[in-house]
Design a protein around this ligand. Structure first.
Ligand code: ATP
Ligand code: MG
Ligand code: MG
Length: 347
């Protein structure tokens, strides 16, 4: 027995809690919301702000290990429970700031798309000179599902793009004409052992992951060894313990890092039914200091499809579909663009 603390009560926390149960581990959720969907499947729930140090200390004292299901958390309060926190505060600090992340990836021998820091109109002009057009501006912090991004196709678009992003600290990235997108989802154990899941082809629409597909095909598979090398180097340099995800663009010259997530990832949801050990169990194993499980695939052809917004209303049809594994997150309000569930098909 034992208790894992999970900071953040969204669907990733929910699926972590569900994976902990068969291992004899209880989950304790920490989240400021009234009814986060992970709390429904957990043994305990603490409702408190992410920067409430006293609440975090009580929470850590009640848990054997504490992890997090998303990276947009204040680092200083969490650093006060660093002795219990896996992955540690460094993984959080790097992955929550796109500029720090890209510099870190480069130092680790990885290859991000060409980029510049943009804090004002002069920086943007310099970025356009250096990177060419079009380019994409992204807020350094807090972006997800394509939120906090603006494309600049003409220098005249600059002022409007900066205003649309609220004049926040940004990075500019070169537009990448990629052949495809894929991700490396790996787990690094407390002993430094690393296990990789197979890399799916990720299909995005409007900045949101729509599908992850296996096999990914030769245009991606040929990049996977180099991508794994970069991802493992990043994990090693972070001293990361747990699951780490690196999103890549497959390009003519090799794989380019898009971004990293210090956690289980939407493009790894297929592992619940499609791998001998799911990404959620693998994360729990890693943070608890257990040996990693086998990441081997259980089927040749696997399709993960997200159910976004009111698509969740398809659930009765999907529940009736032979071989479709339905996951409903029970998040309440099905706002447009909100990830409400997913379905995995194995063949
Ligand atoms: P996530 O929900 O994965 O955290 P995010 O909001 O952090 O998303 P990104 O992953 O940075 O956003 O970008 C979302 C998508 O936009 C990418 O998967 C890709 O399809 C497209 N995109 C992002 N950056 C670039 C780029 N430099 N060139 C071309 N397309 C890009
Ligand atoms: Mg992101
Ligand atoms: Mg992304």
């Amino acid at each position: 027995g034992g208790t894992i603390g999970i900071i953040g009560g969204g669907q990733l926390g929910r699926m972590l809690a569900l994976a902990a149960a068969p291992l004899g581990l209880k989950a304790h959720i920490f989240d400021p919301h009234e009814r986060p969907c992970a709390a429904d499947v957990a043994a305990a729930f603490t409702r408190a702000a992410f920067d409430d140090v006293a609440a975090l200390e009580r929470f850590a004292a009640a848990c054997d290990v504490v992890t997090y299901e998303f990276e947009n958390l204040p680092v200083a309060p969490l650093a006060t429970i660093a002795h219990k926190l896996r992955p540690g505060p460094e993984s959080l600090r790097i992955a929550q700031d796109r500029a720090a992340e890209k510099a870190f990836v480069e130092d680790a021998g990885g290859h991000p798309a060409a980029w510049r820091q943009v804090d004002n109109p002069d920086d943007l002009a310099a970025a356009i000179d250096a990177l060419g057009l079009p380019l994409v501006l992204k807020t350094r912090r807090d972006g997800y599902d394509g939120k906090g991004q603006a494309w600049v196709r003409d220098p005249a678009d600059g002022p409007e793009a900066l205003a649309a992003l609220g004049h926040r600290p940004l990075v500019a990235e070169q537009a990448i004409a990629f052949d495809a997108e894929f991700s490396v989802v790996l787990a690094r154990g407390a002993d430094g052992d690393v296990a990789f899941f197979d890399s799916p082809r990720n299909v995005h629409e409007d900045g949101i992951l729509r599908r992850s597909l296996l096999p990914a095909g030769p245009a991606i598979d040929s990049h996977v060894p180099e991508a794994r090398r970069q991802a493992a180097a990043i994990a090693e340099r972070l001293g990361h313990i747990g699951v780490l995800t690196v999103e890549f663009f497959a390009c003519a010259d090799g794989p380019l890092v898009n971004e990293i997530a210090p956690r289980v990832h939407n493009s790894g949801h297929w592992t619940i039914e499609g791998a001998r050990t799911s990404q959620f169990e693998q994360h729990v194993r890693a943070i608890c200091g257990w040996p990693l499980g086998s990441p081997d695939r259980t089927a040749d052809t696997i399709e993960l499809e997200n159910l976004i917004g009111d698509e969740i209303e398809r659930w009765p049809m999907l529940a009736a579909e032979a071989g479709a594994h339905l996951h409903v997150y029970d998040k309440g309000d099905a706002r447009p663009g909100r990830k409400m569930g997913h379905v995995t098909r194995l063949r």
